[in-house]
Design a protein around this ligand. Sequence first.
Ligand SMILES: NC(=O)c1ccc[n+]([C@@H]2O[C@H](COP(=O)([O-])OP(=O)(O)OC[C@H]3O[C@@H](n4cnc5c(N)ncnc54)[C@H](O)[C@@H]3O)[C@@H](O)[C@H]2O)c1
Ligand SMILES: O=C(O)C1=N[C@H](C(=O)O)CCC1
Length: 267
Amino acid sequence: MKVGILGAAGRMGRTLIEAVHAQDGLTLAAAVDAPGSSLVGADAGEMAGIGRCGVTVVDDIGAVTAAVDVFIDFTLPEATMHHLQACRERGTPLVIGTTGLTDEQKAALQAASADIAVVFAANYSVGVTLCLKLLDTAARVLGDEVDIEIIEAHHRHKIDAPSGTALAMGEVVADALGRDLKTCAVYGREGRTGARERQTIGFETIRAGDIVGEHTVMFAADGERVEITHKATSRMNFARGAVRAAGWVAGRGPGVYDMMDVLALRD
Ligand SMILES: NC(=O)c1ccc[n+]([C@@H]2O[C@H](COP(=O)([O-])OP(=O)(O)OC[C@H]3O[C@@H](n4cnc5c(N)ncnc54)[C@H](O)[C@@H]3O)[C@@H](O)[C@H]2O)c1
Ligand SMILES: O=C(O)C1=N[C@H](C(=O)O)CCC1
């Protein structure tokens, strides 16, 4: 299967090139980065540190759609929207890892999924996908008897907050408790906040150094506390998951899928 990487020169893009190269049955067929990037024209394999592979980084998805069976996109929300449109026009499945999409952009993704298969997950690690299952159980068991806080930490270059993963964790917990995350979320606290309201779900964000990605969901009662934590120490976990999703989605019918579908974990 021929795979195209969108955002090829980025932290995730380079790791994805390495992951595709290591995966039997998959071939790197295209590498796309932003117009104006100094890496356009480079050999994708050399850029990713795996040696020359003969695929040149280009700056336009339109130049390579015919050569690709499935694209993987880890870029920026606006770029992802452009790539989504190109994939829709060509009928090519798309795996999206980009976070920080607006509600309007998520609606556009849903609309495109009438015509093509899209996998969209804030976190492609198997460990985080398992944590989402555990969080659903924890929320249902501990219910309204606990205060729920979500703490996430990432590297200093990350441009969106809270992380897509933290928000996905919040959605799972809120759904399990019949709450609406839009109205019960509290983002950071400062000043005279007043006492905590039980029905809220709190989010705290740390941005520091080279932290790859850490998430803790705290269920705190009086006298005991349950914490579910995931710590990523390598981006290869995300890349391997996204590559697995690419192999899974090729040939699927139109629709939006996530890692629960890819790992067959959906109830
Ligand atoms: N879902 C997951 O598992 C997961 C894991 C890690 C990162 N992410 C998300 O992936 C995204 C990228 O993260 P990163 O750390 O690799 O960022 P990065 O800034 O290192 O890489 C993004 C790349 O996209 C490129 N780009 C920008 N506009 C483009 C365009 N129009 N066409 C093609 N390429 C374009 C940039 O030049 C850059 O090389 C972020 O939204 C991040 O939150 C998701
Ligand atoms: O490095 C990033 O950026 C990450 N983004 C995702 C998120 O926002 O949850 C996944 C973890 C790494």
